[in-house]
Design a protein around this ligand. Sequence first.
Ligand SMILES: [Zn+2]
Length: 321
Amino acid sequence: MLVFQDAAAQRHDTGPHHPERAARLDAVADALASLDLAPRTLAGTRWSDPQETIAFISTLHEVGYIERFRWACLEGRPYLDVVDCAIGPASFDAAVAAAACALAAADAVMIGPGSSAFSAMRPPGHHAEADRAMGFCFFNNVALAAQRLIAAHAQARVAIVDFDVHHGNGTQHLFENRGDVLYISTHQHPATLYPGTGYEWERGRRGTPGEGRTLNIPLPPGSGHAEAIDAFDRLVLPALAAYRPQTILVSAGFDAEARDPLAGLRWTPTTYEAVAQRLADAAVKLAAGRIVTVLEGGYDTHALREGLARYLGAIRSRLND
Ligand SMILES: [Zn+2]
């Protein structure tokens, strides 16, 4: 398993009381250390050049938005687009580096069968839309990784499984009219949680190749391990098997855990292990073992450390990676 991380993640300063804070990286570091996983940097990859990364980001995000973000940081603005997207002077560089690590992870799984990769970065990405920041997210890291597999590695079908407790509105919207990306999301029911999208009837844009290529699985507030595993066994895994993705990408948020302060599901560290086993087995069966995981949310540092350790440990042992 290859883990990518860049020091710029530490410098994305969201202020003293923001849940998406640099201290989350300490929890990530603890989880990686418990598995003897040492992150590698972008050195030696094409994504060590920010200009190269920005050029790729512009294949999914509007150039005007990218420039607006860059200038907001240079001018010392406190946030971009919405107050929850707090920024500091180094946030643009951090967001570019987060995209770069996701792109490096996508490239890394193409080196051979049974390869998994993890981008251990912040800011997260799945709320980011083509033209605006939302929900602590600026560039859609997992969507860029999917796009990379399609554009540079000739993949015709990739799947994104998003188990962050929030619906990945940005990821859904970026691909809702395309047939080459299957987007599957489990999340707390949108009537009860930000961002308010992700109803079951959102299934991809009608009359386009994306119709039927979005699968939203809202979970009732207060539900826990049993409901999550039921959703994976009954809905997520059959949808993956029917689509036959060439790579499985994972938007891994750890905020469905019971201790998370932002949401109301009751997943446990064991839930993350069970989910990882299922996704790894699906990757082996369907996608030559290729699985790319990108960090999204998770705001209780204990829950993040334990959930991530159990998740990555299960992927590694199932893949012998
Ligand atoms: Zn989230």
